[in-house]
Design a protein around this ligand. Sequence first.
Ligand code: NAG
Ligand code: NAG
Ligand code: NAG
Length: 371
Amino acid sequence: MRLTVLSLVIYTTIFGVLIDGYNCKIVQFIFGDSLSDVGNNNYLSKSLARASLPWYGIDFGNGMPNGRFSNGRTVADIIGDNMGLPRPPAFLDPSLTEDVILENGVNYASGGGGILNETGSYFVQRFCLYKQIELFQGTQDLIRAKIGNTEADKFFQEARYVVALGSNDFINNYLMPVYSDSWIYSDDSFVQYLMQTLREQLTLLHSLGARQLMVFGLGPMGCIPLQRVLSSSGGCQEKTNKLAQMFNTETIKVVSELSSTLPNATFKFGDAYDVVNNVIANPNNYGFSNSDSPCCSFGKIRPALTCIPASTLCKDRSKYVFWDEYHPSDSANQLIADEMIKKLGFKPINQTDNAASPSPVPAVAPSSDGN
Ligand SMILES: *[C@@H]1O[C@H](CO)[C@@H](O)[C@H](O)[C@H]1NC(C)=O
Ligand SMILES: *[C@@H]1O[C@H](CO)[C@@H](O)[C@H](O)[C@H]1NC(C)=O
Ligand SMILES: *[C@@H]1O[C@H](CO)[C@@H](O)[C@H](O)[C@H]1NC(C)=O
């Protein structure tokens, strides 16, 4: 009898301690386009932007297509790994449950998606950023129902957020005459329209609890193989590159302004424009042998649009900057991620002191490439 009472007391104590010390993990919520998609579009059966066939994923896990538009990892994969954070599964992954979300976060990124609702409409199905935020609100409702509002507030405020969109707003909207945005706007007014929309979206994410958020800038997207094929000389499209630079310059301003005005916000901006531009001009200096054509291509037919099983692959995938007409290879993503880590200056999660740490020394990522 005494024993039972005792164990009851012990149980209650342990249970009490468990409830009291309930400690949610730090996870990531990722919003993005095909550069960050880890499988959402593969579940959108009508989407024309899908990485569902070989040879996508050939250098990742078991080598089968996994939804990433690359041969290997995305930039967000590499940055998250470096921070010591779990890789969040795709929102549409059927195995996603509340427990999985609490352990790993969620990735809402969708190939073809943009900051603007109208971007990428010819892919038929994709999640634009507003839609991704709407899905995140649904996720929040599930988690609140599971762990209660107080714990959920804490969970969502401690999480890390990535927002990485913008190239489709140019490549698959403004620069395409089939989209009305291309005749309505000028370069300046279009970038302003994007900034106004992005500002609203980042503010909305803050109101939903996002405090630590990274925005990724654009690379020299006028140099992707598809843009080169469309230029008469085969060179980079300078107009497109100029738009990417305008986007980056304006996004830095929006992000730093929000970071200083929204309560408790640490919003950061990182891009790898200059490094990628240098790699494209001098691939050999960075250990690459090709920076103007896709590793996965279909004979001499260009643009090949997507990588398919009948495509042929370059001999050494680690030496090509581009994997397909649009997307960087795993090794280019490593280089991009290393550069962003330097610029974003964050500490790995396991070295973060949650109590106020007065000296924010940026952790510089170990360079994976010493020559
Ligand atoms: C933190 O995590 C990183 C990446 O997972 C790991 O390499 C590093 O050794 C860890 N550091 C500590 C202090 O645990
Ligand atoms: C954009 O789409 C979202 C839903 O995904 C909708 O709530 C919003 O009103 C749309 N905005 C515009 C300007 O069309
Ligand atoms: C900001 O952080 C302080 C201290 O953690 C907290 O008391 C306050 O509620 C936070 N405000 C917002 C809007 O998150």
